[in-house]
Design a protein around this ligand. Structure first.
Ligand SMILES: [Mg+2]
Length: 341
C-alpha cells in the first residue's frame, strides 16, 4: 500500500472516530446501551450529528499546519494559537492567517480540552528534558496531547524524531511527563504503522523507545495492558474499560491500541474504541488515526467517509503532508506561508 493512502486514511480515520464518539463522549456505557442497544452506537449514520468533528480533528489539522509552516516548536505553538482563535471567533476573519484558518467548519467549539485552551494562550515556553515537569499545566496529562499528535508520524520524520518532536510540542499545553510522553509514543507508533510495520511490531518498537526515556512507567504499563487484554479474548466494552477510560493520555493511547488490535477491520475497531464510559471522541479519534494508517483510506467504511465533516480539507492536508515528506514543497507555499524572519 502506498504511503499516501495510509496518510489519507490516518487523517480521515481520526475524523471518523471523533465523529462517532462525540455524541456519546459524556455518556456512561449503560446509558449508551439504553439509547443505542446492547452493541452500542455502531453506525455514524445513527450518531445524529451529521458527521460533526470536534477539537481532536481540529487540533490534528493545526498540528499538520504547524509542521507544514516551519515545523519548529514555535511554529506548532503559532498553529495552536490559530486553532484557539477558531474556538473564540464565529468564523474566519476577512484575511485569515493561512488557508486552514479560512475553513469555516473549524470554527465550531465542541467541548475543547481545558489544558489545551489554557496552555496555548501562554507564550511559547522552553522545552524541558524528558522526565521533568513542564512549566505549562505541570499536573496535566489529559488526552489532548495524544489526540492531536498523529501528523508528527506522517511527515517523514522517522520514528525517533516523530517521538521527540511530538512530546516537546505536547509540553506546550501539558507538563506532566505521561501527558507528553504518551503523545511521543503515539507519534512514533503512527510513523511505524504508516511505514507498513504490523501493529504488534510497531507497539514493540514503541515500547523500546519509551524504555529509553525517564518517567515512562505509566505510558509503558498502559500499552502493555492494552496488548495483554487484547490477547485475553474477543473485544467487548467491558474489556475496553479494563484498559482504561481514556480521559488521560496513556489510557487514550492504550484504548486505541487495544481496539485496533482486537477489531477485525477498521469499522469494528472504531465501534470498540468509542463505546465505553470514558472520553469516546478522543479514543475514537486516536484509534481512527491508527486504523486509518493500518488499512488505508479505502479500508475505512465508505459510507462513514461520505458523511464526515471536513472530508475534503482532511484529504488535502493529507496530500500536503505526503508532498512535504517527499520533499516536494514548492506547491505548498500558498496554503502554508512560512514564518517571516
Ligand atoms: Mg473532542
Amino acid at each position: 500500500m502506498e504511503f499516501a493512502e495510509r496518510v489519507r486514511g490516518s487523517l480521515v480515520g481520526g475524523a471518523l472516530g471523533d465523529a462517532l464518539g462525540w455524541p456519546i463522549e459524556f455518556l456512561r456505557l449503560d446509558r449508551i446501551r439504553e439509547l443505542h442497544g446492547e452493541a452500542g452506537l455502531t453506525d455514524l449514520a445513527d450518531a445524529g450529528r451529521g458527521g460533526q468533528v470536534t477539537d481532536d480533528t481540529q487540533m490534528t489539522l493545526f498540528t499538520a499546519e504547524g509542521l507544514l509552516r516551519g515545523g519548529r516548536r514555535e511554529d506548532l505553538h503559532a498553529a495552536y494559537r490559530r486553532w484557539f482563535q477558531t474556538q473564540r471567533l464565529p468564523g474566519p476573519e476577512r484575511f485569515p492567517d493561512g488557508w486552514l484558518a479560512g475553513q469555516e467548519f473549524l470554527y465550531a467549539s465542541r467541548a475543547p480540552g481545558n489544558a489545551c485552551m489554557t496552555g496555548v494562550v501562554l507564550d511559547c515556553t522552553e522545552a524541558v528534558p524528558f522526565g521533568q515537569d513542564g512549566p505549562v499545566n505541570p499536573n496535566s496529562k489529559g488526552c489532548g496531547t495524544v489526540m492531536r499528535s498523529a501528523p508528527f508520524g506522517l511527515v517523514g520524520l522517522g520514528p525517533d524524531e516523530a517521538f521527540r518532536q511530538a512530546a516537546l510540542a505536547a509540553q506546550l499545553t501539558h507538563g506532566h511527563p505521561t501527558g507528553y510522553l504518551a503523545a511521543g509514543a503515539f507519534a512514533a507508533l503512527i510513523e511505524r504503522v504508516a511505514a507498513g510495520v504490523p501493529l504488534r511490531a510497531a507497539v514493540s518498537s514503541t515500547l523500546a523507545r519509551l524504555a529509553a526515556v525517564p518517567d515512562n512507567a505509566e505510558t509503558t504499563q498502559a500499552l502493555r495492558r492494552a496488548v495483554r487484554v487484547a490477547d485475553e479474548g474477543p473485544g467487548s466494552a467491558e474489556s475496553v474499560e479494563r484498559v482504561g477510560l481514556g480521559w488521560v493520555a496513556e489510557e487514550c493511547l492504550a484504548i486505541a491500541v487495544y481496539a485496533a488490535l482486537v477489531g477485525a477491520d477498521a469499522r469494528e475497531a472504531l465501534v470498540l474504541a468509542v463505546n465505553h464510559s470514558g472520553d469516546s471522541d478522543s479514543t475514537g479519534a486516536v484509534c481512527g488515526n491508527l486504523v486509518g494508517a493500518m488499512y488505508g483510506l479505502s479500508g475505512l467504511p465508505a459510507d462513514w467517509c461520505a458523511l464526515v465533516e471536513g472530508r475534503e480539507v482532511l484529504l488535502q492536508v493529507a496530500d500536503d503532508l505526503v508532498a512535504f515528506a517527499h520533499g516536494d514543497r514548492a506547491a505548498l507555499a500558498d496554503r502554508y506561508p512560512l514564518p517571516v524572519g
